[in-house]
Design a protein. Structure first.
Lengths: 334, 433
């Protein structure tokens, strides 16, 4: 279990992460979601001790994070590079050693992974001699070679070709089966929805919702029902709109998507419609997408937010630096 | 364990450094290069000085002075010319006796021969040249060496004549002018340990090698940091290794490669010198010991200041690498560490001619120049223990401060891509607790 309690990081007066509480259960596939600039990468960097939080606590397995504990974490950053002039085998051995795996122990692992990803004959090649796709595979291997318990993947699919996306997905499925904790950081909310069992959605450095996906949808998405009639007519639509438990409805062709009032149950609605002698062809409860929940809670689409963020990107660069450099008064006082 | 992670960085830096072409070539040819830089100017001069010249001596004195001058010019080494760095040229002379009235005409024809390149120059000895008339040398080229050789060749016989006229015989003169041998020895050693010439060369070697290694490997640190930053490697590494430890491991690893290279050079040099001295002695040549026995103090000073200098400068180079975002920027910024390095190097030269030079002495105390200057000073003179200790202390403090500041800049700068930070921002990085 990874826990963040009241974690906060400010860059030049702007909170990149504003008092975040998170619980990432052991063995879960956890989606840390949100548009660009929501604070995902900053959160991960703090978890990995690349940045120090201004305040708050981070624990892994109930204990404060130490470098030794981080040896059991694998990280594939969004900005991933490798030493281009190194030979593949030596490079992987180096990355394993920085995670506390001795070269003698990592040797067979390196061989296994290279064989599995069809790179066995490239062990002595220099990285710069490999194609981009091969370099990407080397980067995955570097992240998981030391068989970590926690694997953090920051925008893992960005910049990947289709074949390598599949390679990575297969690896993730395999890791999941072996009950590893996997943290996905991505702005592609719909993609995470299919892969993850837990999510946390961030916007502007704050948590919007989090929990099991099913719970999130039930608790935060409201209740939605799809209704269609045997015979479509305006009266029928009118009847539905005036039903007591209905908050709003959208017409989609010959179907209605009905959003119920908080506390309203589909069952009540169905009973009401039956008493009105409406002949229904469809009545089913539907789940809102995470994206819909995001829009509902934040009031903007993830794309809009990302665009806003990109507009201030240059400013942000400077801020990141300032953020990291702002003197920490509290420490001085102490 | 934290140490094992730093160790991994150290090993990577060392083994990658040692495998570069630059290291292999540098190790093999470094000594050749150092010797070449030191001796090339001298070598060129010697090679050029040995050229042959055809000179016509036009003698209008009617006293046979022309023949005497020709003899003096033909001597391989002129009296009093010993010890000069420049070897004499070889002169082929042709003496014509004329009357002073024929001079203009002769001159005309000589000029033509000069232009036709039949001769390299001519020397005119007018009547009464022994009193106040001016001798004239005209040559295709005039160098300092040629001028002094001609002057001596004219002076020697004339001075001999004057002495003769005064009734002093040639024997008395040469007995009076017999050179007195003066042996210069550095004080402080038993017996006659170091002769100044080998001391001079050795001190220069020390300074050169420190300067070269600091520049080469300091810049290797800079390139390494820049590569990690530009190729986005650093974030992966930082998820395992603390930034300060990454910097530390990197500097140490690259430094170890530099040290290895120096050790190999020293070994090369020692073997070559022993072998060379033996070789010359076998052929009956008089060879003084090339490596002066300088005592342990010099070795200690060398090690302290080499390490200290390398640490200070590579920390600065690492900081430059962390601040810069492109190769060009790095190049521009690296003048910051390069400047004091070069100043120290030039201060060293001041000390070679005069070890009591005050700039030299000051340079041996100032932390950024002391790595180049102090080892040379220790080799040349006896440095008071107090000054030496103070210099070491200052250097250690500076190593601490530079490393601290660089680690600070490094840990923040290496993650900030995009625009180059302003000086104000860098200052803020330093103030970050």
């Amino acid at each position: 279990m990874i826990e963040l309690v009241g974690v906060r990081k400010t860059f030049g007066g702007k909170a990149a992460v504003a008092g975040l509480d998170l619980r990432i259960p052991r063995g879960s596939t956890y989606g840390l979601l949100g548009p660009n600039g929501a604070g995902k990468t900053t959160t991960i960097r703090m978890l990995l001790q690349i940045l120090e939080p201004d305040s708050g606590e981070i624990r892994i397995g109930g204990e404060p994070v130490t470098r030794d504990r981080l040896d059991r974490v694998g990280y594939l950053p969004e900005e991933r590079g490798v030493y281009k002039r190194m030979q593949v085998g030596r490079l992987l051995s180096f990355f394993a050693e920085t995670k506390g795996v001795r070269p003698a122990d990592s040797k067979p692992l390196i061989r296994q992974w290279l064989e599995r990803l069809d790179l066995a004959d490239r062990i002595d090649a220099r990285v710069q001699e490999l194609s981009k796709g091969m370099q990407q595979k080397i980067q995955f291997i570097a992240a998981i070679l030391h068989d970590p318990d926690i694997i953090i993947l920051d925008e893992p699919f960005s910049g990947l070709d289709v074949i390598n996306q599949q390679v990575l997905k297969d690896i993730v499925v395999d890791l999941k089966r072996r009950e590893k904790t996997i943290v996905f950081c991505t702005h592609m909310i719909d993609q995470a929805e299919r892969t993850c069992d837990h999510v946390c959605i961030l916007a502007r450095g704050e948590k919007v919702v989090d929990g099991r996906i099913a719970d999130v949808k039930r608790e935060h998405g409201g209740t939605h029902v799809r209704v269609a009639f045997e015979q479509w007519n305006g009266d029928a639509v009118h009847i539905v709109r005036r039903a007591p438990s209905v908050e709003s409805l959208h017409e989609h062709g010959q179907e209605l998507e009905v959003t119920l009032r908080p506390g309203g149950s589909p069952h009540e609605l169905l009973e009401h419609l039956m008493t009105q002698n409406l002949r229904l062809s469809t009545f089913s409860r539907i789940e809102p997408s995470l994206e819909r929940i995001f829009i509902q809670r934040v009031g903007a689409t993830p794309e809009e937010m990302a665009a806003q963020y990109a507009a201030s990107a240059e400013e942000r660069e400077a801020e990141c630096v300032r953020a990291a450099t702002k003197p920490r008064r509290s420490l001085w006082r102490r | 364990m934290a140490t094992s992670r730093t160790w991994a960085v150290f090993k990577r830096e060392f083994s990658e450094q040692v495998r570069t072409k630059m290291f292999i070539i540098g190790t093999l040819f470094g000594p050749v290069m150092i010797v070449a830089i030191m001796f090339l100017p001298l070598l060129f001069l010697r090679a050029g000085g040995g050229s042959e010249r055809d000179v016509v001596i036009v003698d209008a004195t009617h006293t046979g002075l022309g023949d005497e001058v020709a003899t003096a010019l033909a001597l391989p080494m002129l009296a009093g010319g010993q010890g000069g760095p420049v070897g004499p040229g070889v002169y082929h002379t042709d003496v014509i006796d004329i009357d002073a009235t024929e001079w203009e005409a002769t001159r005309e024809s000589l000029n033509q021969r000069l232009e036709a390149e039949e001769i390299d120059g001519y020397l005119y000895l007018p009547p009464r040249v022994e009193d106040d008339a001016e001798a004239l040398y005209v040559g295709k080229t005039i160098g300092i060496a040629t001028e002094s050789e001609i002057r001596r060749a004219v002076q020697t016989p004339i001075q001999a004549r004057r002495l003769d006229e005064a009734g002093i015989s040639q024997e008395i003169v040469s007995e009076a002018m017999r050179p007195v041998s003066v042996a210069a020895r550095k004080h402080g050693k038993e017996g006659d340990a170091a002769n100044p010439e080998s001391l001079f060369i050795f001190a220069q070697l020390i300074a050169f090698s420190i300067y070269l290694v600091v520049i080469l490997y300091g810049q290797a640190v800079l390139r390494g940091v820049l590569e990690e930053k530009r190729d986005r490697i650093v974030e992966v590494v930082l998820s395992s290794v603390r930034a300060s430890m990454l910097m530390f491991g990197k500097i140490m690893g690259i430094g170890a490669a530099g040290l290895l290279q120096m050790a190999i050079w020293t070994l090369f040099g020692a073997v070559a010198m022993t072998w060379g001295v033996d070789f010359l002695r076998e052929r009956g040549q008089q060879v003084t010991d090339v490596v002066p026995d300088l005592g342990p103090m010099v070795a200690v000073a060398f090690l302290i200041f080499f390490f200290g200098g390398f640490l200070v400068y590579s920390a600065l180079f690492a900081a430059v690498g962390a601040i810069a975002t492109t190769d060009q920027e790095a190049q521009q910024l690296s003048f910051v560490p390069m400047l004091p390095l070069m100043i120290g190097f030039f201060m060293m030269f001041a000390g070679l001619t005069d070890p009591e030079n005050s700039v030299f002495r000051m340079g041996s105390m100032v932390p950024l120049t002391s790595p180049m200057v102090m080892p040379v000073r220790v080799a040349m003179t006896d440095v008071p223990m107090g000054e030496f200790t103070l210099s070491v202390a200052l250097l250690i403090v500076t190593v601490g401060a530079a490393t601290w500041a660089a680690a600070k800049i490094y840990s923040i700068g290496i993650l900030s891509t995009g625009k180059k930070p302003t000086m104000a921002e860098v200052w803020r990085w330093l103030r970050t607790a």
